[in-house]
Every structure is written in structure tokens, then in C-alpha cells.
Ligand binder design. Structure first.
Ligand code: MIC
Ligand code: SF4
Length: 644
């Protein structure tokens, strides 16, 4: 039988065992998870949930806990979280990647990813490891905790899209431009319910770090996963990481049939840029060239490999950045930082005026380096949602490391082709391998888990009442991100293990009165537009509204991870049967579903009564029978306890 690579990996990991034909797209499948990863901002909650399952040790082949997001340590809270994470890792058999060792996705690619395995990460950019031929997916922390406990991970069987690459990249065009081009064509919701599998003659010339830039930003398409075959390039990378024994060749069958095909001629790509405030507002750089740039940030899990940093250093070597520009560089990993230190590229960056940050997420999640009021900040990152940088009226532009370097020199958005010849930086034949900042699992039975005062108990929800009733607390537009629902940044990220404290910031970018109103009303409903909950995997965007009493969200459509997170915490996610009903609902309207269990168990639409308006409308519960039980139990933790 001819199969796509995605189908092969899925078949190998189906919990029901080998099936003659894979379920059709849209049906729920359960997958065995080989590896998990967490980072500190999602990790504290994930491990609190894992602890609540009362197991002696993780049941995966490999689990890694990374510290990369929240490293400002402005007070005791960050450091306390780090200590909690380190002790919890030692207790349960989890590798611990220490602060400064790098961004989870970059380090996982370098040191742990294995072709053909499944990886579930409590971070939306986990598909980065798809660059190595892994089926790597992002999820909420609770789903990752459940996977660490040895339970399957459930997803809706996605469509498999082939992205056929032909030709070769022209000088100054980069892997970033491949994914920006896809975003331009397909939009931030174009990948929902899909796996993007790369193929065609053009992939042979792309190294694993380049592939990882592409699979990383598949998250911005809303895709379930993105993956490349495991071929000679994969072998080269793993061998350069001294891990050739992890390599095996993997590819789709030659006559594999895809649900959809998109073709990109690499030779036609030119440097592209995403304009504020969405990653799909993509235009060629030359169309926006000349825009004044106040800040340039190079790094993030998208473009911070040693090759990216060496390229930037080669462009800047012997020159100095424009007087109006602040340039910051955050290396993706300690490996990359060590290598640019050894090669001298670090000295070139510093001499050119770059400010060097920790190997971590840094400005990407608003942990420092907030731009000035109204500033334009050009970044080699993956997200440019309004306010995420820490400055509400700053405009964030996304482009390749090459465009960033060229623009840092001129102070204006600059097409790097103006610089003349492109420096040719090859992927190293040998990376600097040193895992001493990764603490391997020990026999942890006697390890004491240390909890700081900022780690608050987990909020829980009771079994859902049979009648769901409440007022509409907020009605939003399209493409609301989890950064809107539960903002991050330097002031808020330290509160990630303290839900009551976090709750003061819910919907902070949209309506600062929300938390107060929600508490006063004893909770209620949220009405959303298209692609509600896009962006990060943070379950806090469901957990904290649950704490404030949000009972249901009705949207025109949802992003995958957020939809799952809502059900996992006992908030009912529904979609409008007729999107026009969105217009008829007002903030303050009281909505009611009379018999919730009956409605969710039936195949018919769920009828929602607008008690205030005196009319009813149909909504759709896109939930599997398993998810309905999870929801009615008041969330996944209750469900697991009931079914233990
Ligand atoms: C992000 O890029 O938004 C984050 C911060 O990495 C999130 C995770 C989080 O909110 O902790 C993600 O992408 O899932
Ligand atoms: Fe970190 Fe930014 Fe990557 Fe999220 S997108 S993991 S914040 S570098």
C-alpha cells in the first residue's frame, strides 16, 4: 500500500495497533507518545498535573524539562520555579536542561530528536523536530502530563498536505522565506487540521537547521505537525551531532497520495517580511523597504542555529549597526553560543554593536527588550501579535536572519540583495557536543520536591451541571490569540504557577475589566470569531478563564490546541452552525443549554437559547465521545481519577 510518511508514523503509533486503513481525516485517533518535552512557562503546571496522577516515574522513552522562557529572575518566583522543575525532574525520571542551555526546540533537535518517533511538547513550536522526520506535536500541559503517564495522545486524524519543493534557493533567499511564502498563500488558519509533509526534488539541498526553520513556523499556519523525510541530510546532521546511530532512512512511498498538494519553486522565492501584527501579512521585502527600524532581534526557536548566527556575523563583520538601531542576539542553544565563541563570530557580533542575551526565548515572549513606544522592531522570530513584545503600540516585523542583519546596518528595512554577494556559511561537519548542562534522570524515589510560595494549588472544576447558563462576558473578533486571552511577558510570566494571581490579566489586551466582571457575575460565556485561540499551546488560556468561571466558548472556529485545552479543563467549546448568529449576540445576553449531557451525547446540533433575546440558535460540538466524557466530568484530571 502506498503511504505518506505521516501515515507511516501514525500507523506505527496507533494505540489500537495496526489497522488495514487509517481512519479518515476528521476521526479521532489515539497515538503512543515516545518522547515529551516541557519548558518552564508551561512546565510547572504540567508537572503539578503529573504529580496529581500519583505515579512513581514517567512512562515515556524519554522526557525532557527545559528552562528557556522565563529567565529574567526579577525576584524569587522564577528561581523558585526553576528549583521546583529541577527537583520534580529528578523525582520522576526526566532529563533536566538547565537555564542557559538553550531553547527547548533547538536543543531537542540537536540532542534528542529521533526520526520516526513521536514527540509531544507543552509548547506550540514542538513540530520543529519534524525537521528530523519526527511526528512532533504541540499540546496543552495536561495532555503532555497524561502522555508522560503512558496514556495515548488523541488528535483528530489530520489531512496530509504535500508541500512539493522544486528548484534551489536563490542567493539571499532562505528557509524562512519558504514558510513565509506558505503563510502568505494559506494564512494563519490554513494549516488547521493538517499535517504538512515536505517533499519534491528541492528538499535534498535543505539542511536540517533550514528544515527546522520551516517546520517550526508550521505552527503559525495552525498545522498539527510539519515533517521532512529522514534522508542523507538528516544523517549528516545526526552524525555531526555525534548521534548517527539515531538515524534511519524514512520517506513517503513514491506513489503516496496526498489530500492536498502545494508546490513552491524555491528559485522564485525572494526575501519576504511579515508586517505587523500577523505572521501571514507577508510581502516581499523590497515592497516595504525603507521602513525605519528601531530595533532588530535575532534569535528564537525559528532562526537561532549556529548557521544563522554565523551568517549574521559574516554580514556584520567589520561594520557597525546604524545609530538608531538596537540590535540584540539571543542564541538558540549553548552549543550555538559556544561555537560562535570559538569561531570568532561572537566577537564580530559584539564589535558590530550587538547586545548578546542568554541562550533562551528572551524578547520573543516579551521577557525584556520591549521596544520603545510606537517603534518598529524587526525580528527573526515567528510571532508578531500585537502587544506580545511588551509594547502595545510597537509594530513587529518578521523576516530571515539575513534581512535582519542587513536592516540593522542601515536602520531601514533592507533587501539583503543590496549588499552584494551572500556569505556562504555551511552547516558544520561537527557540532560542539557537550551535554553537561543536561542532568540525566536518576533513581529519584527519595528526591524531595521543593515548592516555593508562588506555586499555588491547581484549580479544579466540578462535574458539569446539566443546565449550562450564564451571561456573555465578552464577544471577540477573528484570530484571537492565546496571547490575547492570557498574556505573557516579563510582568506576567513569573505567575505561571499561580492561577489566582494570573487571573487578573485575562483578556488584558482586549478588555481589562474582564476578570472583575467575570468574578462579579460568577462566570459566564465567551463568544469568539474565526480561529479562536490561535498561537501558543498555553493551557493557562483555558485554565485561568475556568478559574474565573467561564463555562463555555462559542466561536466561528477554533485553533486545535486551544480547543483541546478548553475541553481538558471543563469549558464547553462550541462552534456556530451559522456564523451569522455571531452578529446577533450581544455582550450581557444570558445564554442557556437546558440539558447539556443530552445535547452532547446526541448527534444533533446543540440548541443554545438566548434567554435575553428570546431566540435560539444551533451550535456544533466537535467532540469525540471520549472528549464528551472528559468535559462532563469537569475536565481531564477528574476523568482520569474516575476511570483510574
Ligand atoms: C509562545 O511562543 O507563545 C510560547 C511562550 O512558547 C508558548 C508557550 C507558553 O505560553 O508557555 C507556545 O508557543 O506554546
Ligand atoms: Fe520560545 Fe519564542 Fe519559540 Fe515560544 S516561539 S518557544 S517563546 S523562542
Amino acid at each position: 500500500m502506498s503511504e505518506t510518511l505521516a501515515a507511516k508514523i501514525i500507523r506505527e503509533h496507533l494505540v489500537e495497533g495496526e489497522m488495514a486503513a487509517l481512519p479518515a481525516p476528521g476521526q479521532e485517533i489515539g497515538l503512543r507518545i515516545d518522547q515529551t518535552l516541557t519548558q518552564d512557562a508551561t512546565g510547572t503546571m504540567t508537572y503539578l498535573q503529573f504529580e496529581a496522577m500519583d505515579l512513581p516515574r514517567v512512562r515515556t522513552e524519554l522526557s525532557v524539562s527545559y528552562i528557556d522562557h522565563n529567565m529574567l529572575q526579577a525576584d524569587f518566583r522564577n528561581a523558585d520555579d526553576h528549583r521546583y522543575l529541577q527537583t520534580v525532574a529528578a523525582r520522576y525520571g526526566i532529563h533536566f536542561s538547565r537555564p542557559g542551555n538553550g531553547i527547548c526546540h533547538q536543543v531537542h533537535l540537536e540532542r534528542f530528536g529521533v526520526p520516526g518517533k513521536t514527540l509531544l511538547g507543552a509548547d506550540s513550536h514542538t513540530p520543529t523536530s519534524g525537521g528530523l522526520g519526527m511526528l512532533a506535536m504541540g499540546a496543552g500541559g495536561l495532555d503532555v502530563a497524561v502522555a508522560m503517564a503512558g496514556h495515548p495522545f488523541y488528535i483528530t486524524m489530520p489531512k496530509v498536505v504535500q508541500v512539493r519543493l522544486v528548484g534551489e534557493l536563490a542567493p539571499w533567499a532562505s528557509a524562512k522565506d519558504v514558510i513565509l511564502e506558505l503563510l502568505r498563500r494559506l494564512s494563519v488558519k490554513g494549516g488547521v487540521g493538517r499535517i504538512f509533509e515536505y517533499g519534491g526534488p528541492g528538499i535534498a539541498g535543505l539542511t536540517v537547521p533550514q528544515r527546522a526553520t520551516i517546520t517550526n513556523m508550521g505552527a503559525e499556519l495552525g498545522a498539527t505537525a510539519s515533517l521532512f523525510p529522514s534522508d542523507e541530510q538528516t544523517r549528516r546532521f545526526l552524525s555531526a551531532q555525534q548521534r548517527e546511530s539515531d538515524w534511519q532512512p524514512l520517506a513517503a512511498d513514491l506513489d503516496a497520495v496526498y489530500d492536498e498538494v502545494v508546490e513552491i519553486d524555491l528559485a522564485q522565492l525572494e526575501p519576504l517580511v511579515a508586517l505587523p501584527h500577523m505572521p501571514d501579512r507577508v510581502v516581499p521585502v523590497h515592497e516595504a523597504a525603507g521602513t525605519l527600524v528601531d530595533q532588530v532581534c535575532i534569535g528564537s526557536c525559528t532562526n537561532s542555529s549556529v548557521v544563522d548566527l554565523e551568517t549574521v556575523a559574516a554580514i556584520l563583520k567589520g561594520k557597525v549597526i546604524a545609530p538608531s538601531v538596537s540590535l540584540v542576539v539571543s542564541p538558540g542553544s549553548r552549543q550555538a553560543l559556544e561555537m560562535i565563541a570559538e569561531s570568532g563570530a561572537l566577537a564580530d557580533l559584539v564589535a558590530a554593536g550587538a547586545r548578546i542575551l542568554d541562550a533562551g526565548c528572551g524578547p520573543c515572549i516579551g521577557m525584556g527588550q520591549a521596544p520603545a513606544s510606537g517603534a518598529a522592531s524587526l525580528r527573526s522570530f515567528n510571532r508578531n501579535f500585537q502587544g506580545r513584545s511588551g509594547t502595545a503600540d510597537a509594530g513587529i516585523y518578521l523576516a530571515s536572519a539575513e534581512v535582519c542583519a542587513a536592516s540593522a546596518l542601515t536602520g531601514r528595512l533592507t533587501d539583503p540583495r543590496e549588499l552584494g554577494d551572500e556569505p556562504t556559511i555551511q552547516m558544520p561537519e561537527r557540532f560542539a557536543v557537550d551535554d553537561r548542562m543536561i542532568i540525566p534522570p536518576v533513581n529519584g524515589e527519595d528526591v524531595e520536591i521543593v515548592r516555593g510560595p508562588n506555586i499555588a494549588p491547581l484549580p479544579t472544576r466540578d462535574v458539569l451541571a446539566s443546565t449550562l447558563e450564564g451571561a456573555v462576558l465578552l464577544r471577540t473578533g477573528d484570530n484571537i490569540t492565546t496571547d490575547d486571552i492570557m498574556p505573557a511577558g516579563a510582568a506576567i510570566l513569573p505567575l505561571r504557577s499561580n492561577v489566582p494571581a494570573l487571573s487578573r490579566f485575562v483578556f488584558g489586551t482586549i478588555d481589562t475589566t474582564f476578570p472583575e466582571r467575570a468574578l462579579a457575575a460568577g462566570g459566564g460565556w465567551v463568544i469568539g470569531g474565526e480561529n479562536y485561540g490561535q498561537g501558543s499551546s498555553r493551557e493557562h488560556a483555558a485554565l485561568v478563564p475556568m478559574y474565573l468561571g467561564v463555562k463555555a466558548v462559542i466561536a466561528k472556529s477554533f485553533a486545535r490546541i486551544h480547543h483541546a485545552n478548553l475541553a481538558n479543563v471543563g469549558i464547553v467549546p462550541l462552534t456556530f452552525r451559522d456564523p451569522a448568529d455571531w452578529d446577533r449576540i450581544q455582550q450581557g445576553d444570558v445564554l442557556r443549554i437546558a440539558d447539556l449531557p443530552g445535547a452532547l451525547h446526541s448527534d444533533d446540533d446543540v440548541m443554545v437559547e438566548n434567554v435575553t433575546g428570546g431566540w435560539s440558535f444551533p451550535a456544533v460540538a466537535s467532540l469525540s465521545p471520549r472528549e464528551v466524557e472528559v468535559l462532563l466530568a469537569g475536565g481531564m484530571l477528574n476523568y482520569i481519577k474516575i476511570n483510574a
